[in-house]
Design a protein around this ligand. Structure first.
Ligand code: SF4
Length: 274
């Protein structure tokens, strides 16, 4: 018996045992069914999905789903870093940008996709917009190490030859990659999610609405409260205190939801000066 086969047998046995004990399993029903139906021989890697990219419900983890959140995230990282489901992005990317932060984070920020800086450094939100996000996180009383930061799309959207900058990810690209984010969220189980920008909201919920209509209220992402707010890049383009205050009010709602103490100074940020 190979090590792989032995690990799968162990997973099958553990799942049956948990079900018999009436334990609620947190993975999606389809993922569990796929796991349980996995034959006890090693499968070949799935064929790359041809373009246009269809939505993919879930993909099996490598056979180490048990253990701490850090162990489970580490088990997920390998397959994601080696993912080739979007051949056009595989061709153009420097690396896959998995996500960064505390595996036990109670707050998770979700952007749309890596940009040029993130593609080069392998970490989400490290460019100018990322630096602003870091300041927002600090103003909330956290550090980047306290929260988790990820994107709906893990590879930088490719650019037409000769063009620089970043493009918005396509809905089909985000739908193809979304199962990875869902697995990250399923492992981390944050108490609240913050979607940064309307494109991230589109990737998460399929909500094609302007941020002005989405922000300032709670949404639901598979049972986890989801706040929508402007992408930090928007604040870099619109430096008015009014817009900064809108984002800050969204963050105050997040702090209240997390039952964090809020100082009078924090409540007053960006008020009465613009
Ligand atoms: S964007 Fe996501 S699904 Fe597509 S190749 Fe990269 S990691 Fe895989």
């Amino acid at each position: 018996m190979t090590e792989f086969q032995s690990a799968l047998d162990h997973v099958h046995a553990t799942l049956s045992e948990l079900r018999e004990q009436g334990v609620e399993l947190r993975a999606s029903a389809s993922a569990l069914t796929r796991l349980e139906n996995t034959p006890t021989v090693a499968k070949q890697a799935p064929e790359p999905v041809p373009s246009p990219l269809p939505a993919v419900e879930a993909r099996p983890l490598s056979p180490a789903p048990d253990g701490s959140k850090a162990v489970r995230l580490a088990a997920l990282r390998g397959p994601v870093l080696a993912c080739t489901l979007c051949p056009h992005l595989v061709k153009s990317r420097t690396q896959v940008v998995f996500g960064v932060g505390h595996p036990e984070a109670e707050l998770m920020f979700v952007g749309e996709a890596p940009g040029e800086d993130e593609d080069l450094q392998g970490e989400p939100f490290v460019g100018k917009a990322g630096q602003l996000l870091t300041k927002i996180i600090a103003a909330m009383g956290f550090s980047r190490d306290d929260v988790y930061i990820g994107n709906v799309l893990k590879c930088r959207p490719d650019m037409p030859p000769g063009e620089s900058g970043n493009r918005k990810p396509k809905p089909a690209e985000m739908a193809t990659c979304l199962p990875y984010l869902r697995q990250q969220i399923d492992i981390i189980q944050p108490r609240a999610l913050v979607a940064l920008g309307a494109t991230a909201m589109e990737g998460l919920l399929g909500a094609v609405e302007p941020m002005a209509k989405l922000r300032g209220r709670w949404h639901d992402f598979h049972g986890i409260p989801l706040m929508a707010t402007y992408h930090p890049a928007y604040l870099l383009r619109n430096q008015s205190l009014t817009e900064k205050r809108k984002v800050w009010e969204d963050m105050l709602l997040v702090l209240e939801r997390l039952a964090k103490p809020i100082t009078e100074k924090q409540r007053g940020f960006f008020l009465g000066k613009g």
